[in-house]
Design a protein around this ligand. Structure first.
Ligand code: CO
Length: 134
């Protein structure tokens, strides 16, 4: 059911330092920062030949990654994102197997303008997992 690895998301305490690391030290193509007010984050995408890295930085008071950065002050891998062709069918199949979807259970529009859902990390080998419909 899951397809390509769409991205690996890394929470960063210092966005400029993260951009400089990926652009200047690692030599990758890095996007401009984009505010995602619906998700409480600022995103920067690093384009790699086979996938992307999503740098995440908190936006606003109640950012969902603020606590993560408190526990991981140097930053760290926050989630993985897999592509699916039908996000509601994928959700129904996984919920039918007892998996928990975070939030309302309805897809939200994600950083690429496509519907996304997050699965509870305790149900996916301890890894916060995003599904994105492509
Ligand atoms: Co993501």
């Amino acid at each position: 059911m899951i397809g390509r690895l769409n991205h690996v998301a890394i929470a960063v305490p210092d966005l400029d330092a993260g951009i400089a690391l990926y652009r200047d030290s690692l030599g990758a193509a890095v996007s401009e920062p984009v505010d995602q007010p619906d998700h409480g984050v600022i995103t920067v995408f690093v384009d790699l030949p086979n996938t992307k890295i999503e740098l995440l930085h908190p936006l606003g008071e109640n950012s969902p990654i603020a606590k993560f950065l408190e526990r991981n002050p140097a930053g760290g891998i926050h989630h993985l994102c897999y592509e699916v062709t039908d996000i509601r069918a994928a959700r129904d199949r996984l919920v039918g197997q007892g998996m928990r979807v975070l939030g309302s259970g309805e897809p939200k529009i994600g950083a690429h303008g496509k519907p996304v859902l997050f699965l509870h990390p305790k149900d996916v080998c301890g890894t916060l997992t995003e599904l994105e419909e492509v």
